[in-house]
Design a protein around this ligand. Structure first.
Ligand code: FES
Length: 125
């Protein structure tokens, strides 16, 4: 199982100062939910802030015992959401959550900001 965590309070950098606008993260959540519906092993949850506010929209991809990835600088459009959901499906299919670069959807390339090993496992000695 893989979870896509979508920051719903993200604002795109060029629009961050205009607080009258709805955060782009809310639209991103809807697009990601729609895209993930095609992938049975993928769930979606909202969160307020992933601490990557300078480069919204931000999301994280994680699963029990798997590598976690944080990605940002997305645009809240169906095409970006589809790439995220496709990557998450590949993450779900891999026991360690590591997707070979050759399998990355084009739409996620250049968006990775962090890679975090499973935090629920003891460190290798
Ligand atoms: S508001 Fe989205 S990462 Fe902070």
């Amino acid at each position: 199982m893989t979870t896509i965590t979508v920051c719903t309070t993200c604002r795109q950098p060029s629009l961050r100062e205009d607080r009258t606008l709805t955060p782009c993260g809310e639209a991103m959540l809807t697009h990601v939910q729609n895209a993930a519906a095609a992938h049975p092993g993928v769930t979606v949850r909202p969160v307020s802030c992933l601490m990557g506010c300078e480069h919204g929209c931000n999301i994280a991809i994680s699963g029990p015992g798997k590598m976690t990835y944080v990605l940002g600088s997305f645009t809240p459009v169906p095409e970006d959401a589809a790439a995220i959901a496709e990557y998450a499906a590949k993450h779900a299919a891999n026991p360690g959550g590591v997707v070979p670069y050759r399998e990355w959807p084009q739409g996620v390339k250049g968006h990775f900001t962090a890679r975090v090993p499973p935090l629920d496992e003891p460190p290798a000695l």
